[in-house]
Design a protein around this ligand. Structure first.
Ligand code: NDP
Length: 444
């Protein structure tokens, strides 16, 4: 049995009931086969892959808090510190009822390669809780965040592990967590990113993941002699990534006709109104059913459906495994040119293979959504030098990073004979740097 197959089998055996983690490991290791096979003897002797798929450490802890009725609630908190070969652990905190250890491990594993691809000195980690901020009062969210940080603060620090936002963790949650960290540890340091602008946050961090997604998509289209100008785009999600992806796509001349949340989706033939979307989601924290009040020409549908709308480009920006094989078939039948992942692992492996084998340009999340973590690293730099850069400075660095990422993965794919396969390119380009750093640091 090949070394790759052995390690995949062992991961499945030793991490039962963690299908998302198995999926992420399989996706990465399958595409690294060409590199691993060429170095099999050395990698096997060094147990390189076993070290790569085992987190350096992981924490699971109790998070008790009191709700508005005086009832004590108990959630579970997680932080997985996956790999620090190239820098302090970096990765977001997800607050969603679906969170479990396997989901945090899949996200932390992906984060290693994503962070490496940015070219910045950040290792891979991820955390979160099964707490659901939806429908909670501000006081309840604060009570949860303070309790969560009371435990988490033992394991993180500006030079060791720097968490950020993710699903369910926005500016409000980061603020409450930062306040509690400062109170307990007694230091004002850049321990979290995604902070508010008045206390160490970076301009353009809010926009970074969505904007970065469009910068890399634009660069990929440019390499094929195309552009976003005049293209029709379908987007899923209505959160941070989706909102700013829609905004940048429209600034670059495309028309975005859909968005969605966990209960339904919107079709707006005139192009999504970003100001209305922000008002509904960021200010009112309401459902997308409200969108029709702002745009009477639009349609609201319950359930899933954005991938049924005919478009040139599809940008999944909600959550994992939201684009399956049937969706991929519909997109191809409707003539889609490119799919770029704003979310983490939104496309199933089967759907990815179908899209690629039907000539669709496919940019995986670990490259396409790396603008968020890259800008988080820029926030860390600004905190270290105690300066704030302008929006334009940060945005232009972000553009440079996304353009570089595209060429790194494009080159890696070509070098190994997989031209145009950006999944293979991203995994190899991310992997090579991490392996080099791991080898240099000995068996640790
Ligand atoms: P938000 O919480 O801001 O938005 C998430 C959106 O996806 C919401 O519209 C939400 O709907 C929808 N959604 C969440 N879970 C589900 C589900 N199980 N089924 C259907 N819809 C769902 O999160 P972000 O925009 O920050 O994150 C979106 C994705 O992008 C995630 O995969 C995240 O890991 C990834 N990502 C985020 C980065 C960032 O900087 N924020 C950086 C890199 C990746 P509803 O409003 O109903 O909850």
């Amino acid at each position: 049995m090949s070394y790759v197959d052995e390690v995949i089998e062992r991961v499945v055996r030793e991490n039962p009931n963690e299908p998302e983690f198995h999926q992420a490991v399989k996706e990465v290791l399958e595409s690294l086969r060409v590199v691993v096979d060429a170095n099999e003897e050395k990698f096997r002797k060094d147990a390189l892959l076993e070290r790569l798929v085992n987190p350096e450490r992981q924490f699971k802890f109790r998070v008790p808090w009191v709700d508005d009725k005086g009832q004590v609630q108990v959630n579970t908190g997680y932080r997985v510190q996956f790999n620090s070969a190239i820098g302090p652990y970096k990765g977001g905190l997800r607050l969603h009822p679906s969170v479990n250890l396997g989901i945090i491990k899949f996200l932390g594993f992906e984060q290693i390669f994503k962070n490496s691809l940015t070219g910045l000195p950040i290792g891979g980690g991820k955390g979160g809780s099964d707490f659901d901020p939806k429908g909670k009062s501000d006081r309840e969210v604060m009570a949860f965040c303070q309790s969560f940080m009371t435990e988490l603060c033992k394991y993180i620090g500006a030079d060791t592990d720097v968490p950020a936002g993710d699903i369910g963790t926005g500016a409000r949650e980061i603020g409450y967590m930062f306040g509690q960290y400062k109170r307990i540890r007694g230091v004002f340091e850049g321990v979290l990113t995604g902070k508010g602008l008045t206390y160490g946050g970076s301009l353009a961090r809010t926009e970074a993941t969505g904007y970065g997604l469009l910068y890399i998509t634009q660069e990929m289209l440019k390499s094929k002699g195309m552009s976003l100008e005049g293209k029709t785009v379908v987007v899923s999600g209505a959160g941070n990534v989706a909102t700013y992806a829609i905004q940048k796509a429209q600034q670059l001349g495309a028309k975005v006709v859909t968005c969605s949340d966990s209960t339904g989706w919107v079709y707006d033939p005139d192009g999504i109104d970003v100001a209305a979307l922000k008002e509904i989601k960021e200010v009112k924290r309401a459902r997308l059913t409200e969108y029709k009040n702002y745009r009477p020409n639009s349609e609201y549908h319950e359930g899933k459906g954005v991938w049924t709308v005919k478009a040139d480009i599809a940008l999944p920006c909600a959550t994992q495994n939201e684009l399956g094989i049937e969706d991929a078939k519909t997109l191809v039948a409707n003539g889609v040119i490119a799919v770029a992942e704003g979310a983490n692992m939104p496309t199933t492996m089967e759907a990815t293979e179908y899209l690629q084998s039907n000539g669709v340009f496919f940019l995986p999340g670990k490259a396409a959504n790396a603008g968020g973590v890259a800008t988080s690293a820029l926030e860390m730099s600004q905190n270290s030098e105690r300066l704030s850069w302008t929006f334009e400075e940060v945005d232009s660095k972000l553009q440079g990073i996304m353009v570089n990422i595209f060429h790194n993965l494009d080159d890696a794919a070509k070098k190994y004979g997989f031209e145009g396969n950006y999944v293979v390119g991203a995994n190899i380009a991310g992997f090579e740097k991490v392996v080099d750093a791991m080898n240099a640091q000995g068996i640790v």
